[in-house]
Design a protein around this ligand. Structure first.
Ligand SMILES: [Zn+2]
Ligand SMILES: [Zn+2]
Length: 404
């Protein structure tokens, strides 16, 4: 094992060995599969099962893994091979990760290198390399405040859809900060646990607003006596109908100029009182705006109101997902539960740090960042003594090495 991994593992071990340490397993714990990604050779220990929290903590203390996972599924025999486990249902799980968000700050803190030709670029890696068409990259990412704030907004939109549209009781919902670049939402509900992959794909499409047809949301036009009338949904209607109207309101509030309308329409929308969206049928009250314009606005509204979830995580009914209360080996931060009423106030850079004291590290390259109330960096090829949580973050992100 390299010295950086050794140092990280020692710190993780000290954390897990603290006598007061407690880990709480998921519901139906004995029917879940657990997996541990080890520091050594990134080896994955899978198909483990535990009856009690104490047994689970015992295994974590023995292995001191970089990552701890459990299955969203419940199995008759969680330790058996995949074919023989006996699937008994799975939580509905959503993952919102900055990896899937288009934030403007990404080029300032993320970069990639093509494994085929060595081509490099800033921001998220492209799907295929522009010079050699290879699709494999080394990526260096950073967890930044703006990206995490955006991830939180996506989570809030998701919660609205899950609660208002799917009718999930908020008491069956749990929200977690992943300890890295995003949030997880777990729905534990008997009604939903039997859904298969196809059915979960439908849920994904709904949340993303994928394939949504505005006509089916009531946006249409009728003609009578040579007069064309646009009709559409109203504010407060359930589902995407009402959400489209709210979305249009939000878009107009942010500035008509950004909507790429014609100049006459831009002017007409500027002069129009958007509060009309709240009160009366408004679809015919903007001069020069016909069905086509409203359709275009409605589709932009869908984009705005949809939640950018990771499609693979939700559809995979055998998924292993991070166990809350464990350390994330990508950052040294704790994966923690966030109470929904506190989501808005939750500060991942304060509430998920665990390492106290200070550590000396040699930083190769790191942007400026904040942990708690302390602002640090940027660093460039220098040895520094840092608060341990910050040093661990840099070690885990492979931006630094241990120094003596
Ligand atoms: Zn390439
Ligand atoms: Zn960012």
């Amino acid at each position: 094992m390299d010295p950086t991994s050794q140092t990280i593992q020692q710190q993780f071990q000290r954390y897990y060995l603290e006598p007061a340490r407690r880990i709480t397993g998921p519901q139906s714990m004995a029917n879940r599969e657990f997996g541990f990604l080890l520091f050594k050779e990134k080896f994955m220990v899978r198909h483990r099962s535990f009856r009690t929290n104490e047994q689970l903590l015992g295994a974590i203390r023995d292995l001191v893994p970089a990552h701890v996972y459990f299955s969203t599924a419940r199995y008759k025999e969680p330790t058996a091979t995949m074919e023989e486990k006996g699937w008994e249902g799975a939580d509905l799980v959503f993952d919102i990760d900055a990896d899937h968000l288009d934030t403007e700050c990404k080029p300032t803190h993320d970069n990639w290198k093509c494994k085929g030709c060595g081509n490099v670029g800033r921001g998220s890696a492209p799907k295929i390399c522009p010079s050699c068409k290879n699709d494999r990259f080394e990526e260096q990412t950073w967890l930044c405040e703006k990206c995490l704030r955006q991830a939180k907004e996506e989570t809030e939109k998701l919660l609205d859809i899950v609660i208002s549209d799917f009718g999930v009781d908020p008491s069956n919902l749990r929200i977690f900060f992943s300890g890295h670049r995003g949030y997880h939402v777990h729905v534990n509900s008997k009604d939903l646990s039997g859904l298969d992959e196809e059915e979960r794909k439908e849920i994904v499409d709904y949340v993303l607003g994928l394939g949504l047809e505005t006509k089916l949301q009531g946006l249409n036009q009728t003609s009578s006596g040579g007069v064309t009338t646009v009709e559409g949904p109203m504010m407060g209607e359930p589902g995407w109908r009402g959400r489209i109207v709210t979305g249009i309101y939000d878009l107009l509030s942010e500035g008509v100029e950004n909507l790429q309308l014609g100049s006459a329409q831009t002017q007409a929308f500027k002069e129009w009182n958007r509060e009309a969206l709240f009160t009366k049928p408004f679809w015919n009250s903007v001069r020069g705006a016909g069905l086509g314009t409203w359709q275009a606005l409605a589709l932009k509204a869908v984009q705005k109101k949809s939640s950018r979830i990771d499609t693979v995580v939700t559809t995979d009914i055998h998924r292993l997902i991070r166990l809350p209360g464990t350390l994330n080996g990508h950052t040294g931060l704790l994966a923690v539960e966030v109470q929904s009423e506190r989501l808005d106030d939750f500060d991942p850079f304060t509430e998920s740090t665990v390492f106290a004291g200070s550590m000396k590290v040699h930083v190769k390259e790191a942007p400026s960042f904040r942990l708690g109330t302390v602002h640090l960096g940027p660093f460039h090829d220098e040895s520094v003594t840092l608060p341990a949580a910050a040093a661990m973050l840099l070690l885990c992100k492979r931006r630094a090495e241990p120094a003596t």
